[in-house]
Design a binder for this molecule. Structure first.
Ligand code: NBP
Length: 478
């Protein structure tokens, strides 16, 4: 074969990835279960580069140069297993299967193990940026053997997004499931970012009394500063958009029920298993789920509470500046929590993930791309063992400078009855970390009282139990 890479699964993502490879000068074998899609791709875009269409798996495998590199871009879950089972028997030792779908990292770990036993490299690669990213340059998070990355890396570097300094947004994240794990947390952070932006919008709308058009303008302003990011940019676009049919702001004609495909939920489920407090991401997932409970909301419409009273123009402007502070501070907390989760996953599975490189490959191509990520990378480059982003001097100073306004925003929201689960959970996390003593000591006392779960003392080593049902003397536990 002559193709340097193959793509099987030519729905929107696979088709665009194949075109991206071809546009970058690679010869690309293309295959799809339903052959009509393969033919359509070559008919429509054949002039963009060198495609080798294959009707059968055998033809597809034969079209590839060795070691073969095949990208599987089919629906996550069972279809991915079915495709792997179809192709693996046709491959030889040293060939590489790349799963670019949104697989759960535990599935990736299992597939990698099974294929390794058969002498085949399996690379679970997170691909972010949607269909546009797949075509023009996604952020790519590949996991798998270092050896497979040697043969694959240079090809991925060609098609990946380029950061502002020109470096490709792809790196060998770590072994087996590391890439899909990092992609999962990326999506969790994306949920949190979107929720925080939604809360800022809600406050500007109800407390500041701004119109969607005015809020779009406000976001455009923010996008020239430290919040400069793709999500802020598209927020302004969505808010400025008018519905053609009704002439109303687009945001007012869309049903207020957010949906989800599941990667945010995975992030929280895994965080619970790892014992990592990702409260910002969790609140974002819950906020979407709550919005979808039309029954609960209908049944609760008569509950008492304040009706927000819009501020006058001057006060509104000052409030908007405070909301920017709250948004930025809460965003720092979300990323702090997300990077904590990656660090914990990396320790648990012994992946050796370099957090600075993760921040670096999120700078372009992906949904959470932002100027901010350069600063996160700098923080980890300066101190790779950084315990928490909040313990980085510059982030610490910035969040410290924002905290008074952040509190004022949470207070205003609470007074006016506007839900801000993201802002307030982030603030609670910040205050919990700062606190010299947490009430967890009392929790331990209660646990010891009802369950003899024991506790540790501040002044002596060892585990202790108080005989609560007896004379309340303290005994040393075994
Ligand atoms: P879909 O997730 O809609 O999958 C459609 C593709 O899977 C088609 O090529 C289809 O072949 C193939 N397929 C299925 Br379904 N079952 C199969 C089977 N048993 N054997 C062989 N092929 C099978 O495509 P997509 O939206 O392009 O997404 C591809 C992957 O990329 C997914 O894992 C997705 O989660 C991930 N992803 C998507 C986005 C996005 O923005 N859409 C972003 C990032 C990641 P057919 O044509 O014969 O039916």
């Amino acid at each position: 074969g002559t193709a340097q890479i193959g793509v099987t699964g030519l729905a929107v993502m696979g088709r665009n990835l194949a075109r991206n490879f071809a546009r970058n000068g690679l010869t690309v074998a293309v295959h799809n279960r339903t052959a009509a899609k393969t033919r359509a791709l070559v008919e429509e875009f054949g002039e963009e580069g060198r495609f080798v269409p294959a009707e059968t798996p055998e033809e597809f495998v034969a079209a590839l140069e060795r070691p073969r590199r095949l990208v599987v871009m089919v629906k996550a879950g069972e279809p991915t297993d079915a495709v792997i089972e179809e192709f693996a028997p046709l491959l030889e030792e040293g060939d590489v299967i790349i799963d670019g779908g949104n697989a759960h990292f535990e599935d990736t770990r299992r597939r990698e193990r099974e294929l390794r036993e058969r002498g085949i490299h399996f690379v679970g690669a997170g691909v972010s940026g949607g269909e546009e990213g797949a075509l023009h340059g996604p952020s790519i998070m590949p996991g798998g053997s270092a050896e497979s990355y040697e043969s694959l890396g240079p090809l991925l570097e060609k098609i990946a997004a380029k950061a502002p300094d020109g470096t490709p947004c792809v790196t060998h994240v770590g072994p087996d499931g590391a890439g899909h794990f990092v992609k999962m947390v990326h999506n969790g952070i994306e949920y949190a970012d979107m929720q925080l932006i939604a809360e800022a919008y809600h406050l500007l709308r109800t407390v500041a009394g701004y119109s969607p058009a005015k809020i779009a303008e406000t976001f455009r302003g923010w996008n020239t500063g430290r919040l400069d990011s793709y999500l802020i940019e598209i927020t302004a676009e969505v808010l400025a958009h008018e519905d053609a049919a009704s002439g109303k702001p687009f945001v007012d004609v869309v049903q207020d029920r957010a949906e989800q495909k599941g990667t945010g939920r995975w992030t929280v489920q895994i965080a619970l298993d790892l014992g990592v407090p990702v409260s910002g991401i969790a609140e974002a997932v819950f906020a979407r789920s709550l919005s979808g409970h039309a029954d609960l909301r209908e049944a609760s419409g008569a509950l008492a509470g304040p009706v927000p009273e819009p501020l006058d123009e001057k006060a509104a402007e000052a409030f908007a500046a405070q909301v920017e502070q709250a948004l930025y501070a809460s965003k720092i907390v979300s990323y702090t929590q997300g990077f904590h989760q990656i660090r914990a996953g990396s320790e648990q599975y012994e992946w050796g993930v370099d957090l600075g490189s993760v921040a670096a490959i999120w700078r372009a191509g992906c949904i959470i791309r932002a100027a901010f990520l350069d600063r996160i990378r700098a923080a980890y480059d300066a101190e790779p063992e950084l315990v928490s982003l909040l313990s980085d001097k510059r982030f610490g100073e910035e969040i410290g400078a924002a905290q008074e306004d952040w509190r004022a925003v949470v207070v205003a929201a609470t007074r006016q009855g506007v839900p801000v689960p993201g802002f307030s959970a982030a603030l609670a996390y910040y205050d919990a970390l700062r606190a010299e003593r947490l009430p967890a000591a009392l929790t331990q006392g209660q646990r010891d009282f009802f369950g003899a779960h024991t506790y540790r003392r501040v002044d002596r080593e060892g585990s202790f139990h108080t005989l609560w049902g007896g004379d309340r003397t303290e005994v040393e536990a075994g």
